[in-house]
Design a binder for this molecule. Structure first.
Ligand SMILES: [Ca+2]
Ligand SMILES: [Ca+2]
Ligand SMILES: [Ca+2]
Length: 260
Protein backbone atom coordinates (compact mmCIF):
# COMPACT_ATOMS: atom_id res chain seq x y z
CA UNK A 1 0.00 0.00 0.00
CA UNK A 2 1.51 3.31 -1.12
CA UNK A 3 0.56 6.90 -0.52
CA UNK A 4 1.19 9.97 -2.55
CA UNK A 5 1.24 13.40 -0.95
CA UNK A 6 -2.18 14.87 -1.51
CA UNK A 7 -2.72 18.56 -1.98
CA UNK A 8 -6.23 19.18 -0.73
CA UNK A 9 -6.73 19.41 3.04
CA UNK A 10 -9.83 17.24 2.79
CA UNK A 11 -7.87 14.39 1.22
CA UNK A 12 -5.15 14.71 3.82
CA UNK A 13 -7.75 14.60 6.56
CA UNK A 14 -9.28 11.48 5.16
CA UNK A 15 -5.97 9.66 4.95
CA UNK A 16 -4.94 10.75 8.43
CA UNK A 17 -8.25 9.65 9.86
CA UNK A 18 -7.72 6.19 8.46
CA UNK A 19 -4.13 6.12 9.70
CA UNK A 20 -5.15 7.12 13.19
CA UNK A 21 -7.86 4.51 13.31
CA UNK A 22 -5.71 1.63 12.18
CA UNK A 23 -2.71 0.87 14.34
CA UNK A 24 -0.14 -0.76 12.05
CA UNK A 25 -0.57 1.90 9.35
CA UNK A 26 0.62 4.58 11.76
CA UNK A 27 4.01 3.49 10.43
CA UNK A 28 2.94 5.00 7.12
CA UNK A 29 2.03 8.27 8.84
CA UNK A 30 5.47 8.25 10.45
CA UNK A 31 7.09 7.75 7.04
CA UNK A 32 4.99 10.54 5.54
CA UNK A 33 6.04 12.97 8.26
CA UNK A 34 9.68 11.92 7.92
CA UNK A 35 9.38 12.52 4.17
CA UNK A 36 7.82 16.00 4.30
CA UNK A 37 10.03 17.30 7.09
CA UNK A 38 13.46 16.25 8.34
CA UNK A 39 12.59 16.99 11.97
CA UNK A 40 15.83 15.49 13.26
CA UNK A 41 18.48 16.65 10.76
CA UNK A 42 20.96 13.99 9.75
CA UNK A 43 20.70 10.22 9.59
CA UNK A 44 18.68 9.72 12.79
CA UNK A 45 14.89 9.59 12.51
CA UNK A 46 12.57 11.69 14.67
CA UNK A 47 10.32 8.74 15.59
CA UNK A 48 7.15 10.68 14.78
CA UNK A 49 4.04 9.18 16.36
CA UNK A 50 0.62 10.59 15.42
CA UNK A 51 -1.52 11.71 18.36
CA UNK A 52 -4.72 13.19 16.86
CA UNK A 53 -5.68 15.92 14.41
CA UNK A 54 -7.48 19.24 14.69
CA UNK A 55 -8.98 19.92 11.27
CA UNK A 56 -6.16 19.36 8.79
CA UNK A 57 -3.41 19.80 11.41
CA UNK A 58 -1.95 16.65 12.87
CA UNK A 59 -0.44 16.81 16.34
CA UNK A 60 2.31 14.30 16.89
CA UNK A 61 5.10 13.27 19.17
CA UNK A 62 8.54 13.73 17.60
CA UNK A 63 12.17 14.10 18.65
CA UNK A 64 14.34 16.67 16.85
CA UNK A 65 17.49 15.49 18.65
CA UNK A 66 17.57 18.63 20.80
CA UNK A 67 14.32 18.86 22.74
CA UNK A 68 13.58 15.17 23.37
CA UNK A 69 10.24 13.60 22.43
CA UNK A 70 7.85 16.56 22.43
CA UNK A 71 4.61 17.87 20.95
CA UNK A 72 4.83 18.85 17.25
CA UNK A 73 2.26 19.69 14.63
CA UNK A 74 2.23 19.29 10.87
CA UNK A 75 0.03 20.18 7.92
CA UNK A 76 2.21 17.79 5.92
CA UNK A 77 4.29 20.62 4.49
CA UNK A 78 7.92 21.17 5.55
CA UNK A 79 7.28 24.78 6.62
CA UNK A 80 4.15 23.73 8.48
CA UNK A 81 5.92 21.10 10.59
CA UNK A 82 6.96 22.81 13.83
CA UNK A 83 7.51 22.18 17.53
CA UNK A 84 4.38 23.22 19.45
CA UNK A 85 5.91 23.25 22.93
CA UNK A 86 8.94 21.87 24.75
CA UNK A 87 6.73 20.69 27.62
CA UNK A 88 9.59 19.12 29.59
CA UNK A 89 12.16 21.85 29.05
CA UNK A 90 15.45 20.79 27.48
CA UNK A 91 16.45 17.39 26.14
CA UNK A 92 14.15 15.46 28.50
CA UNK A 93 11.07 13.80 26.94
CA UNK A 94 7.59 14.95 27.92
CA UNK A 95 5.86 12.28 25.85
CA UNK A 96 6.05 8.55 25.65
CA UNK A 97 4.72 6.51 22.77
CA UNK A 98 3.14 3.08 22.96
CA UNK A 99 3.34 3.34 26.73
CA UNK A 100 -0.32 3.82 27.46
CA UNK A 101 -3.28 1.81 26.32
CA UNK A 102 -4.47 3.29 23.04
CA UNK A 103 -5.94 5.73 22.33
CA UNK A 104 -3.41 7.78 24.26
CA UNK A 105 -4.74 10.93 22.63
CA UNK A 106 -8.11 12.21 21.42
CA UNK A 107 -9.53 15.34 19.79
CA UNK A 108 -12.44 17.14 21.39
CA UNK A 109 -13.73 20.66 20.77
CA UNK A 110 -10.66 21.88 18.89
CA UNK A 111 -8.18 20.51 21.41
CA UNK A 112 -6.07 17.37 21.34
CA UNK A 113 -5.95 15.72 24.76
CA UNK A 114 -2.89 13.66 25.59
CA UNK A 115 -0.73 12.46 28.47
CA UNK A 116 2.55 14.21 29.27
CA UNK A 117 5.12 14.69 32.03
CA UNK A 118 6.60 18.18 32.31
CA UNK A 119 9.11 16.99 34.92
CA UNK A 120 7.13 18.71 37.68
CA UNK A 121 3.66 17.15 37.78
CA UNK A 122 4.29 13.51 36.75
CA UNK A 123 2.22 11.85 33.99
CA UNK A 124 -1.01 13.81 33.83
CA UNK A 125 -3.70 14.91 31.36
CA UNK A 126 -2.79 17.81 29.03
CA UNK A 127 -4.49 19.43 26.09
CA UNK A 128 -3.36 21.57 23.16
CA UNK A 129 -5.02 23.69 20.49
CA UNK A 130 -1.80 23.49 18.46
CA UNK A 131 -0.28 26.68 19.89
CA UNK A 132 2.38 27.00 22.60
CA UNK A 133 0.20 29.16 24.85
CA UNK A 134 -2.77 26.89 24.23
CA UNK A 135 -0.89 23.81 25.46
CA UNK A 136 -1.68 23.35 29.15
CA UNK A 137 -2.03 20.85 31.96
CA UNK A 138 -5.76 20.13 32.44
CA UNK A 139 -5.46 19.11 36.10
CA UNK A 140 -2.71 17.72 38.32
CA UNK A 141 -4.98 14.89 39.49
CA UNK A 142 -2.34 13.41 41.81
CA UNK A 143 -0.73 16.59 43.15
CA UNK A 144 2.98 17.10 42.66
CA UNK A 145 5.31 14.72 40.85
CA UNK A 146 3.09 11.73 41.66
CA UNK A 147 1.42 10.34 38.56
CA UNK A 148 -2.26 9.64 37.83
CA UNK A 149 -1.49 7.86 34.51
CA UNK A 150 -4.60 8.85 32.54
CA UNK A 151 -5.53 6.43 29.76
CA UNK A 152 -8.47 5.27 27.60
CA UNK A 153 -9.13 8.88 26.52
CA UNK A 154 -12.70 8.72 25.18
CA UNK A 155 -14.76 11.67 23.87
CA UNK A 156 -18.44 11.27 24.80
CA UNK A 157 -21.31 13.76 24.98
CA UNK A 158 -19.01 16.77 24.59
CA UNK A 159 -16.68 15.76 27.41
CA UNK A 160 -13.55 13.63 27.64
CA UNK A 161 -13.83 10.46 29.69
CA UNK A 162 -10.71 8.68 30.85
CA UNK A 163 -9.30 6.40 33.52
CA UNK A 164 -6.98 7.80 36.18
CA UNK A 165 -5.59 6.88 39.55
CA UNK A 166 -6.01 9.07 42.60
CA UNK A 167 -3.30 7.33 44.53
CA UNK A 168 0.35 6.71 43.73
CA UNK A 169 1.56 3.45 42.19
CA UNK A 170 -0.70 3.56 39.14
CA UNK A 171 -2.61 0.37 39.78
CA UNK A 172 -4.41 1.46 42.90
CA UNK A 173 -7.79 3.19 42.83
CA UNK A 174 -8.10 3.62 39.10
CA UNK A 175 -11.60 4.87 38.34
CA UNK A 176 -13.44 6.66 35.52
CA UNK A 177 -13.07 10.45 35.30
CA UNK A 178 -14.39 13.09 32.94
CA UNK A 179 -13.39 16.62 32.00
CA UNK A 180 -14.77 19.57 30.07
CA UNK A 181 -11.17 20.75 29.66
CA UNK A 182 -11.08 22.98 32.73
CA UNK A 183 -9.52 22.06 36.09
CA UNK A 184 -12.78 22.72 37.96
CA UNK A 185 -14.67 20.71 35.34
CA UNK A 186 -12.48 17.62 35.87
CA UNK A 187 -14.16 15.14 38.20
CA UNK A 188 -14.38 11.46 38.97
CA UNK A 189 -17.62 10.02 37.54
CA UNK A 190 -18.00 7.58 40.42
CA UNK A 191 -16.06 5.25 42.66
CA UNK A 192 -17.12 1.90 41.26
CA UNK A 193 -14.90 0.02 43.69
CA UNK A 194 -14.96 1.81 47.06
CA UNK A 195 -11.74 1.18 48.90
CA UNK A 196 -10.26 -0.74 45.97
CA UNK A 197 -9.36 -0.22 42.35
CA UNK A 198 -12.02 -0.65 39.65
CA UNK A 199 -9.28 -0.72 36.99
CA UNK A 200 -11.66 0.18 34.14
CA UNK A 201 -10.43 -0.87 30.69
CA UNK A 202 -11.69 -1.02 27.12
CA UNK A 203 -13.86 2.13 27.26
CA UNK A 204 -16.06 1.99 24.15
CA UNK A 205 -18.89 4.33 23.17
CA UNK A 206 -21.88 2.36 21.91
CA UNK A 207 -25.06 4.37 21.39
CA UNK A 208 -25.71 6.63 24.38
CA UNK A 209 -23.41 4.82 26.77
CA UNK A 210 -19.80 3.91 27.43
CA UNK A 211 -19.14 0.22 27.96
CA UNK A 212 -16.12 -0.85 29.94
CA UNK A 213 -14.67 -3.73 31.91
CA UNK A 214 -14.24 -3.15 35.61
CA UNK A 215 -14.18 -4.65 39.07
CA UNK A 216 -16.57 -3.26 41.68
CA UNK A 217 -14.91 -5.34 44.40
CA UNK A 218 -17.92 -7.62 44.85
CA UNK A 219 -17.31 -11.31 44.56
CA UNK A 220 -19.11 -12.51 41.43
CA UNK A 221 -18.46 -16.15 40.52
CA UNK A 222 -17.02 -16.46 37.03
CA UNK A 223 -16.67 -12.73 36.62
CA UNK A 224 -13.54 -10.93 37.69
CA UNK A 225 -13.81 -7.95 35.36
CA UNK A 226 -17.49 -7.67 34.54
CA UNK A 227 -18.95 -5.64 31.66
CA UNK A 228 -20.37 -2.30 32.83
CA UNK A 229 -22.01 0.64 31.12
CA UNK A 230 -22.35 4.28 32.11
CA UNK A 231 -24.28 7.28 30.80
CA UNK A 232 -21.70 9.52 32.49
CA UNK A 233 -23.40 9.74 35.88
CA UNK A 234 -22.81 7.70 39.03
CA UNK A 235 -26.47 6.60 39.18
CA UNK A 236 -26.39 5.76 35.47
CA UNK A 237 -23.49 3.34 35.87
CA UNK A 238 -24.79 -0.21 35.97
CA UNK A 239 -23.68 -3.78 35.38
CA UNK A 240 -24.26 -4.64 31.70
CA UNK A 241 -23.34 -8.30 31.83
CA UNK A 242 -22.09 -10.59 34.51
CA UNK A 243 -19.42 -12.09 32.32
CA UNK A 244 -15.69 -12.12 32.64
CA UNK A 245 -14.36 -9.94 29.85
CA UNK A 246 -10.73 -10.95 30.10
CA UNK A 247 -9.98 -7.27 29.63
CA UNK A 248 -7.24 -7.28 32.23
CA UNK A 249 -5.32 -9.73 30.08
CA UNK A 250 -5.60 -7.55 26.98
CA UNK A 251 -5.57 -3.84 27.67
CA UNK A 252 -5.97 -2.99 23.97
CA UNK A 253 -9.38 -4.62 23.92
CA UNK A 254 -12.41 -2.63 22.81
CA UNK A 255 -16.01 -3.74 22.71
CA UNK A 256 -18.22 -3.80 19.67
CA UNK A 257 -21.94 -4.02 19.21
CA UNK A 258 -22.95 -7.13 17.31
CA UNK A 259 -26.48 -7.31 15.94
CA UNK A 260 -28.49 -10.43 16.68
CA1 LIG B 1 12.09 18.40 26.26
CA1 LIG C 1 0.91 14.74 39.55
CA1 LIG D 1 -11.85 2.86 44.17
Amino acid sequence: MRFRIMSSPQSVCLVLAVLLLTGPTSLLAQERVERVADINPGPDGSNPEPLASIGSTLLLAADDGTHGLELWKTDLSEAGTVLVKDIHAGEENSLRTNSFSPPAAAELGGFVYFVADDGIHGWELWRSDGTEEGTTLVLDILPGDATSYPDFLTPFNGELYFVASERPNNSRNREIWKTDGTAEGTTRVLELNPGGTADPTGLTVIGDEIYFAGDDGTSRPGCVTCLWKTDGTAEGTVLAAEVSTGAQDNRDQRFAHVDG
